[in-house]
Design a protein around this ligand. Sequence first.
Ligand code: HDE
Length: 712
Amino acid sequence: MEKSTVKTDQLSKQRDLANFSQDDAGHPMTTDQGVKINNDANSLKGGSRGATLLEDFILREKITHFDHERIPERIVHARGSGAHGYFELYEDLSTLTRASFLTDTSQKVPIFVRFSTVAGSKGSADLARDIRGFAVKFYTNEGVFDLVGNNTPVFFIQDAMKFPDLIHSVKPEPDNEIPQAASAHDTFYDFVSLATETLHNHMWAMSDRAIPRSLRMMEGFGIHTFRLINDAGKAHFVRFHWKPELGVHSVTWDEALKVNGADPDFHRRDLWDAIESGNFPSWELGIQIIPEEDEHKFDFDLLDATKLIPEEMVPVKIVGKMTLDRNPDNFFAETEQVAFHPGHIVPGIDFTNDPLLQGRLFSYTDTQLSRLGGPNFHELPINRSVAPVHNNQRDAQMRTTINKGKVAYHPNSMAGGCPFLSKIADGGFSSYEERIDGNKVRARSASFSDHFSQPALLYRSLSNWEKEHLIGAYTFELGKCTIDPIKSRMLYLLDQIDHNLAQRVAEGIGLPVPSEIEGPINRNVGADEDVEAQQPGKAKIYLEKSPTLSQETSTAYPIATRQIAVLVDNGFDMDGFGKMQAALLAEKAIVKLIAPKGGVITCSKGMEHKVDAALPTTESVLFDAVYIPCGKESIDSLAKQGKVFKFINEAVKHCKALAFEGRAKELFEKSAAKDFRDDKAILLDDEPQKFIAAIAQHRNWDREPKTMHIAV
Ligand code: HDE
């Protein structure tokens, strides 16, 4: 018998979803019971000015449904954006795993991805400083596999027991429900400063990774060590990575704050628009493979989710690619109702004893029970497997499958033994046979107690501009805290990671770096445990730097989908603009005309052009670069608008590419740009190709230290 009776192609899931999709075009409006509706404007009344009648079943049905439209938002990762796509495998990995989607290169596996922030509510703004969720559902021919990861390679805590504490500390404080989608408050730092295992991922959260330019421009990580198991039953440890085709890029903190006001849906819109315009984002899947024999060869424990395996120690092997090519039809039905679970695995993949992963295996089903209302959430269209589902699970709220026959048990003779069990060779799942030899203990392994070496490695690996951003982030966050002993404890801990880092943050918040603190550094220890054994110890250096942890790169990335603001008014020079526009469009950049007023403007050639956004309705922070063509009338008009200078000055401050042509030099001279005549990304009468090259670098961070004086 074959392992699986189905093969997936790119459209397998779309065909399945089509069975549940509905288009109202050409149909009469009906009640939920299918009765055609004649009047949807008025309720049934005793006289046209009289009281409404209880018998109005149409009104009651409509209002009742409305009253119950909301479901509980996710306890974490409530704010999210989803997309459909597919996964292609580059090479057969059967030496490592028997999972069909990792061995059969002829299949395209449908996937659904949901990106999210962690702390904020469903309606919070996209550019909160936060870790991003990166959850991928593979609808494989052997069942659903979920890779439920984040955009940082490590997590805050080591043991699932602490997850509610971590989340309670970062969520809005319970007395006044403040602050929304922000970690910069006392309770979070109280917890972080007492549980030193948090410091590594906390540094990632203070880094630029926590304020991405786009969901399309961030890495994804499965974080935990999993196992791959081949046909012979041999296992390898594995860590999963997603590498974005567009590179890893971020905005500045000042931009993030402003974007949250100017367009709280910035990331959601960016993802949606890119897919709608056919610019399909993609990521390559990478794996780090560690032979089981090498489990104890590292200076850290592979089961510790607060540790990454530097790529310089174990390279990431690229094995496939995921492309997102379709937006959901309905946010609620798909993005809201999708239910991920790290316990959704297929034959050829298995867990390890990572105590964080083990706890997650319980949590994700449990949370769906209250969020989606019962154990049948796997029947929701977005969650259904494309591999056939047959078992003896029955009933419960909102069951949609109509199971035929009398038999709902196994073994049975009345149904001929069906559904029957599958041998391992036929694709039956069997758990990896791991030898267990130990006492039942409520304890943490001493091998988890090094909490400083990896944040120190991360700090050493960052470029200077990334370090500056990091220092700024710590200073901002601690500056928002109100309790000095908490801030001092944080400074002491930063000092264990890097003295200069601690010193700079201390200067910023106006407190000294303490040379010692009272009591144990790490208080996340059981009452009867050996406290000393749980203390982090001094940072060790087992690798000087891990360059792959930095976002700095000299590589130029495609400028496709980058947003270019063109500041213009009537009379702008069509020759210069036409040349620039053609060059930008050839690279698939998005060119938008921004003018003092909306409507239509006329260029130097007398042609009419539709204004994409009026200045009062948009902001510099929503764009990647600014271009101002020549034209006397246009420049004279722009020079009268204060907002034009705010627009330019912010772009300068945020280290973006700017191009001024001809008389636009007058705006250059009157704006902050004038102080940057030699800047490689501020161009005066230069070729479009130079502008494109500057945008492709993302930002000219060399400019940043010289922009402190710019008031925006
Ligand atoms: Fe989650 N996490 N988590 N988490 N997580 C949830 O499940 C939980 C952890 C992650 O877009 C919840 O369906 C526990 C690590 C993502 O729908 C909940 C622990 C990583 C998403 C839950 C962790 C994640 C969630 C809330 C510690 C990265 C969003 C709603 C033991 C590897 C998935 C839901 C989506 C969602 C529990 C730790 C990633 C409550 C108990 C580590 C991307 O079950």
